[in-house]
Design a protein around this ligand. Structure first.
Ligand code: AP5
Length: 211
């Protein structure tokens, strides 16, 4: 099954993608994680992306589409995948269509802006493997150390409150129109994000199974 997880920054797309990809045994493909990796390794794409990411703006379509195209051509993506954070513009959705990629479902995780702002200040991410935690809702077992790989967990540069506001504005202007785009194609299912991560996972899996 090919799916898109759509939602505002911090709505919980990455958290749910981690859960669902284990359950369905398909990869979760996060353009945000791939771009952060590219920045870390100072690749050509990373050098182009960094200033946009730090400001909470979208990286130009041609950079992201190129990265995504290479990733979904990999062998592990041939039996289905979750796209976490792609597409983010109507142009990116059209590019996906023109690559011949069939999308079965678009799961929108819907969380109000005020809840997002409160959540983001507590998010911490692993410098090594990119796993995401929250100091209150999903803490690491040992403070400051990733459960999965043992590397340091830190606050993302773009999780500063002023950048979170910029990311939300970008989301409403550029990405939210995709709800309409996929609704018209009969693909959109909305899950109301809950305060409990496990409850959101239960609703997300039910939406995927069409329950
Ligand atoms: P990206 O990494 O995709 O960031 P984002 O969409 O802003 O998404 P987040 O990772 O912030 O949020 P999420 O919904 O995954 O939330 P999470 O599960 O972590 O992109 C970063 C940047 O890269 C963009 O700004 C842009 O510049 C660029 N970029 C990426 N893709 C692009 C594209 N396609 N085109 C152009 N540019 C692109 O949850 C957030 C926190 O809340 C966590 O701490 C989590 O533990 C906690 N939490 C989650 N669920 C719950 C819950 N139910 N209750 C309580 N806490 C919860």
């Amino acid at each position: 099954m090919n799916m898109i997880f759509l939602g505002a920054p911090g709505a919980g797309k990455g958290t749910q993608a981690e859960v669902v990809c284990k359950e369905l045994n398909i990869p979760a493909i996060s353009t945000g994680n791939m771009l952060r990796e590219a920045v870390k390794n100072s690749t050509e794409a990373g050098l182009k992306a960094k200033s946009y990411m730090d400001a909470g703006e979208l990286v130009p379509d041609e950079v992201v589409i190129g990265i995504l195209k290479d990733r979904i051509a990999q062998p592990d993506a041939q039996n289905g995948f979750i796209l976490d954070g792609f597409p983010r513009t109507v142009q990116q959705a059209e590019a996906l269509e023109s690559m011949g990629v069939e999308i079965d479902k678009v799961i929108e995780i819907d969380v109000p802006d005020d809840a997002i702002i409160a959540r983001m200040s507590g998010r911490r991410v692993c410098e090594g493997c990119g796993n995401s935690y929250h100091i209150e809702y999903k803490p690491t077992k040992v403070e400051g150390i990733c459960d999965a790989c043992g590397a340091k967990v830190v606050q993302r540069i773009d999780d500063k409150p002023e950048t979170v506001l910029a990311r939300l504005k970008t989301y409403h202007e550029k990405t939210a129109p995709l709800k309409d785009y996929y609704e018209k194609r009969g693909k959109l299912v909305t899950v109301k994000g809950q305060n409990e991560i496990s409850e959101t996972s239960r609703l997300t899996l039910a939406a995927i199974k069409g329950e």
